[in-house]
Structure formats: C-alpha cells, structure tokens
Design a protein around this ligand. Structure first.
Ligand code: SAM
Length: 206
C-alpha cells in the first residue's frame, strides 16, 4: 500500500511537521509520499527534520507518482464527503490511498472536493467526523492492512486537553485511543498545543 498526501497547505507548520514525522515513523519512509508541492519547491523548502527521516516528496500530482504508471481505478481518496465507509475488503481494490485538503477549520471546509472533482477517484469515508491527517492514515492502515473493521476501532471524539489547573482546550477532531484510553497524538503535539494556548493567553494579557 502507498499512502499519498496531496500537500495543500502553504509551507510546513510545526503541527504538520509533527504529524508527518509520526506518519513516517508508523508507515515507514518508503510508503509515504507528499505530492503537489509548489513547482518552485527545492530541498531547502522542506524541513530538515523530515528530510532526515527520508521523506519522499514531489511537485508532481498524485497520479504522476511511480513514473506516471498509477492506475486511477486503484486509487482511493479518503474523503469525508464520500458515501461509503472504508472497509477491510477495500484492500484488494486499491493500491494507493490519497489524503489531503486542509480540514483544519471547524466546521469542515470541503477542500478534499478539489481532488475528488479533478481526478474522479473512488472515495471512502472514515466515519462522519473530521480526523487529523495522522489519525486518518492510522485508521486507514488498521482497516486495510490489519483488516480491522471501522466499528471495531476505539475512538475518542473532541478530547479535552488540559494545559493548566484552570484552562483546557477541546480538540475538534476524532482520535484513536491507546490502551489507556488516551487519544493518540504525534510525539510533541501535546506540548505544542499547550505552548500555543499559553501563548494566546499571554497575548490577551498584553
Ligand atoms: N496536510 C494536509 C494537506 O496539506 O492537505 C491536511 C490534510 S487534512 C487535515 C486530513 C485528511 O485526512 C483529509 O484531507 C482527508 O483526506 C482525511 N480525513 C480526515 N477525516 C476524514 C474522514 N472522516 N473521512 C475520510 N477522510 C478523512
């Protein structure tokens, strides 16, 4: 299986670097590729932390990876607007799973629709709630590689992240939970969320 992220965000925020780092560690560097980076992109534009992990990237579109030999009928777009949920039997129908479309805002902005319309890929949904990119890839991997049904995966919706005695923030996403019932976040993400929250409180106090 190949996992493709059509990188539609501008540049690489710390949030995205932490997500992509976690994804490379979980999938293996040979199974992930970032596509559709802006034409003028050079290695200097890619964060060193990701290059050091062996991140594969290209300015080509997702249909042009593997020397352009991608069979479009074997590509599945992970799309919250699709009508069918991803199932373990989809493993035999698809070789490529494409993610992408900046869904960071809440309620959801349908940027994934750009990919859907452009390529006419088959779409599959991972339930009706928005996931972070690493969660969506982790869920897809469980379903197609480990053959676990979507309804058998344990999720936590909109977890509350407490960053001091008085304040907490609700994450507007669905996460897979670990054995302790805690949401699985990329290494360093909790610290980043807390740091950003403290920063905005400091800004308010100025
Ligand atoms: N960094 C990415 C970019 O540049 O576009 C952002 C990707 S977006 C935050 C998360 C992606 O995971 C979506 O574009 C979609 O492909 C997939 N995804 C998230 N929630 C989903 C759901 N409920 N069903 C299907 N796919 C979902």
């Amino acid at each position: 299986m190949k996992y493709i992220i059509e990188h539609m965000e501008e540049g690489f925020s710390e949030w995205v670097i932490l997500e992509y780092t976690q994804i490379i560690k979980e999938l293996g560097k040979e199974n992930l590729i970032l596509t559709s980076l802006p034409e003028a992109t050079t290695e200097n534009d890619i964060p060193k932390r990701l290059l050091d992990l062996g991140l594969q990237w290209t300015t080509k579109e997702c249909v042009d990876v593997d020397d352009g030999k991608v069979d479009r009928s074997r590509v599945c777009l992970l799309d919250p607007a699709a009508t069918q949920n991803l199932t373990p039997s989809d493993a035999s129908d698809f070789d490529y799973f494409v993610f992408g479309g900046i869904l960071g805002s809440h309620p959801r902005v349908d940027r994934t629709g750009i990919l859907r319309e452009k390529y006419g890929f088959a779409g599959r949904r991972l339930g009706e709630l928005q996931m972070t990119t690493d969660t969506a890839i982790r869920t897809t991997q469980k379903i197609v590689e480990n053959q676990v049904k979507f309804e058998d995966i344990k999720f936590l919706d909109y977890p509350e992240i407490r960053y001091n005695k008085y304040e907490s923030t609700e994450m507007p996403f669905r996460y897979i939970v670990d054995a302790n019932g805690e949401p699985i976040l990329p290494v360093g993400m909790l610290e980043l969320i807390k740091h950003d929250a403290e920063q905005s409180i400091d800004d308010l106090l100025l």
